[in-house]
Write a protein that binds this ligand. Sequence first.
Ligand code: XIL
Length: 373
Amino acid sequence: MRMAPTGRILGSALLLLTLARASAAGAASLREAAGDKLLIGTAVSSRQLDNAAEAKLIAVQFSSATAENELKPDQTEPRPGQFRFEAGDRIAEFAQQHQIAIIGHTLCWHQQTPRWMFQNDDGTPLPREQALANLRTHITGVMGHFRGKVHGWDVVNEALSMADNGPELRDTPALRAIGDDYIEQAFRFAHEADPDVELYYNDFGIEQPAKRDRAIRLVRRLRAAGVRVDAVGIQGHWSLKYPPASTIDEAIRAYRDAGIKVMITELDIDVLPRRKRGPAIQGAVEAQADPYHDGCPPDVLAEQATRYADLFRVFLKYPDTITRVTLWGIHDGRSWLNYYPVRGRTNYPLLWDRQLTPKPALGAVLDVLEHGK
Ligand code: XIL
């Protein structure tokens, strides 16, 4: 719902206030402001490091970085046993130079994964032993290469089903080939490959009660089977109003009470309208689907700043549970939300704008990190 005129005036006043605070925060970077409270991360691409301004921003502002695509299975092992690490190595080198903790994302997922890993050419599942061997070779090869350079790995990504009823696990090629224990096996292979590195289960929507409880049960099962799981990663692809901060707060509390640490791993705040249900909208973009093509209204940016502040206030309530918050990118121009779930829109989900100018949201986050409010 768009704001009424008074709402707009209030919104603009809030924006000015936020901007004033941002400059009052002065030289403080996110990294300085976060101090030892938590790691503050961003998604990076190796090509982005060629852009001096963006590379500098990453080095100054962030204490952690997740490879946005470079460490996914289709990049690291496009053909059986043929590993490719150049792009990942670039990110790892950059991180080492700037004392940035690298997160490996991801070893087992149903997307951006070559077919041969779990399927025959016709899409039918491979025999269990073959699929297990492929998974093990993959995990051992990739983790072995980056041993000592990576802080933690998203071992399995998005394995839980979203539907409130029905099977707990998402129907994926790995599940069909290996069976229900594929997650446990992936974590075992990962721990064998590098016993010193942190291992995470990562998913979206696991702040929602039903899926949250599935994630808690999954981690309990894995731990009962003797498997190391250090934390769950809540992706955090959220929008201005949804989910409410209270849902996120309750979820973090539930994980904490279950003895599970939490990382917010892919945070961005979508400001564009989304379909409630149904498939991503394909093809031609209607004008109404791209309402801020020529710029984001100040009241929306102010609302986004408030939203980011609300979320970070929740995160800081749980210092022993939330150990990292990672934004899914640095500036609006590079966000995946410009092409997902609708291609060709103009979105504004991050803390810097397309010119690398700080947005109100950055000031708001700095403020909360520095002063806890
Ligand atoms: C996205 C990247 O940001 C895009 O560049 C790529 O085209 C598709 O994947 N959940 C995840 C991430 O775990 O790996 C996804 O990243 C976003 C959703």
